[in-house]
Design a protein around this ligand. Structure first.
Ligand SMILES: [Zn+2]
Ligand SMILES: [Zn+2]
Length: 98
């Protein structure tokens, strides 16, 4: 179901608030379907943004590979230089037609 010429991560927009987001299954064993903001956060703010219900992810990019989200946790590469993105949280209430 991927568009021709695209593989892996599917960057698109949130249907509700139209923010650019990245949708991807993350993890191999217990994969989690993640919708993450494409705008990187400041690592210094990560502790404020990260919550039990809102995870942060490493945005792994490369010239020869599609953009990929990775678990960002203690066992990750020490001092990794990836950009950090947070799970998308809609700032817009769902619009109702009635
Ligand atoms: Zn990383
Ligand atoms: Zn949204």
């Amino acid at each position: 179901m991927s568009r021709p010429g695209s593989a892996g991560a599917d960057d698109s927009r949130c249907p509700r608030c139209r923010a650019p987001v990245l949708r991807q299954w993350v993890g191999r064993v217990a994969a989690l379907y993640v919708v993450a903001d494409l705008t990187p956060i400041d690592p210094a703010d990560e502790h404020q943004i990260r919550e039990p219900n809102r995870l942060t992810w490493c945005l792994v990019t490369g010239r020869w590979r599609p953009t990929e989200l990775r678990w960002h946790h203690r066992n990750h590469i020490p001092n990794c230089t990836h950009q950090i993105v947070a799970e998308h949280r809609c700032t817009t209430e769902p619009t109702t037609l009635f």
